[in-house]
Design a protein around this ligand. Structure first.
Ligand code: NDP
Length: 316
């Protein structure tokens, strides 16, 4: 590897709750961690309005404020937090080499990958127009704001069904917008959805736009698009939830790390260890199932502890 400019003991990629928590723990263990913030400093939580389910904040906290606090806490304990995106990695032999912004290359003894996952959106301009004003990709995060209101969930997989089921406990009415004539979700989830009185499944419906003055007030749908009986349908809703899948940010690691069929990094169950010694994965990048700030932070902590143990065991 050419152009190696620096060697660090602990390199962290990603700046959501997993990356920052790893940096706090690694900093307090004197590992002098270097953290690169990635494309979206602060991660997915910077796009949520209020976080009410992180323990310790009885009055809630904004995603931006929490990430700023975590960043400050990491710096306070000696983490070197830098702007930059990891664009290339070489993990075949230790020390591992990471190229930042296609320009400079660092080597590291331990690597903590906390690059997160990106929620998929339909790609409608209205999703951007109403971002934070009724459009969300996380029912557990934002569902509470729709108590006794009407919401729609897009998707027909397990995530969509779980989100619809969760929202049905809060909202007065939940529409599940499914593009096919059937659900892809597991049978048990399908049954739960079909047996919940305030969930209406709109099979063979696609969303073409959203409307509303100061936030989402409804969605434009089309039923059986392209068929002879194609129909336009409008529904009145206050919240529009996307649940059409997440894409873990793992492309640059695919040549080295074991990934599952969706692209999530596989870790040894109950640990943040990957198939490469000294390389750990924390947060949503290795978690298709919980995807919460608190679980991400917990796994970031575990990754830093593992990195410390690895360095000691290998006298690095
Ligand atoms: P999936 O890929 O399983 O489902 C995505 C859903 O979104 C599908 O119904 C798909 O439709 C729909 N979709 C995708 N793109 C669009 C689009 N552009 N417009 C409209 N609809 C669209 O993703 P999930 O996040 O639901 O699940 C991911 C994995 O995690 C799965 O293996 C799932 O089983 C698992 N999981 C398990 C849980 C559990 O066991 N408790 C909970 C949550 C997830 P279509 O069917 O037409 O392709």
């Amino acid at each position: 590897m050419t152009n190696v400019t620096e060697h660090v003991r602990c390199l962290i990629i990603g700046s959501g709750p997993a990356g920052y928590t790893a940096a706090i723990y690694a900093g307090r263990s004197n590992l002098s961690p270097v953290l690169y913030e990635g494309l979206q400093p602060g991660g997915q939580l910077t796009t949520t309005t209020e976080i009410e389910n992180f323990p310790g904040y009885p009055d809630g906290v904004s995603g931006n404020d929490m990430m700023e606090d975590l960043r400050k806490q990491a710096i306070k304990f000696g983490a070197d937090v830098r702007r930059g995106v990891a664009t290339f990695v070489e993990l075949s032999t230790a020390p591992y080499a990471i190229t930042i912004d296609g320009e400079k290359t660092l080597t590291c003894d331990t690597l903590i990958i906390a690059t997160g996952a990106t929620a998929q959106y339909l790609g409608l301009p209205d999703e951007i127009k109403y971002a934070g004003m009724g459009v969300s990709a996380c029912a557990t995060c934002d569902g509470f704001f729709y108590r006794k209101k009407k919401v729609a969930v897009v998707g027909g997989g397990d995530t969509a069904c779980e989100e619809a089921s969760y929202l049905a406990g809060l909202a007065s009415q939940v529409y599940l917008i499914v593009r096919k004539p059937f659900l892809r979700a597991s049978k048990i989830m399908q049954e739960r959805i079909l047996n919940t009185p305030n969930i209406t499944v709109l099979f063979e419906h696609e969303t073409t736009g959203l409307f509303g003055e100061n936030g989402v007030e409804g969605a434009h749908l089309v039923k059986r698009r392209g068929k002879p009986d194609e129909t336009k349908v409008d529904i009145a809703i206050d919240g529009f939830f996307l649940a059409i899948g997440h894409k873990p940010n793992t492309d640059i690691f695919a040549n080295y790390l074991e990934l599952d069929e969706t692209g999530y990094i596989k870790t040894i169950p109950g640990t943040p260890r990957t198939n490469i010694p000294g390389v750990f994965a924390a947060g949503d990048v290795a978690d298709p199932s919980y995807r919460q700030a608190i679980t991400a932070a917990g796994s970031g902590c575990a990754a830093a502890i593992e990195a410390e143990r690895y360095l000691v065991a290998n006298k690095l």
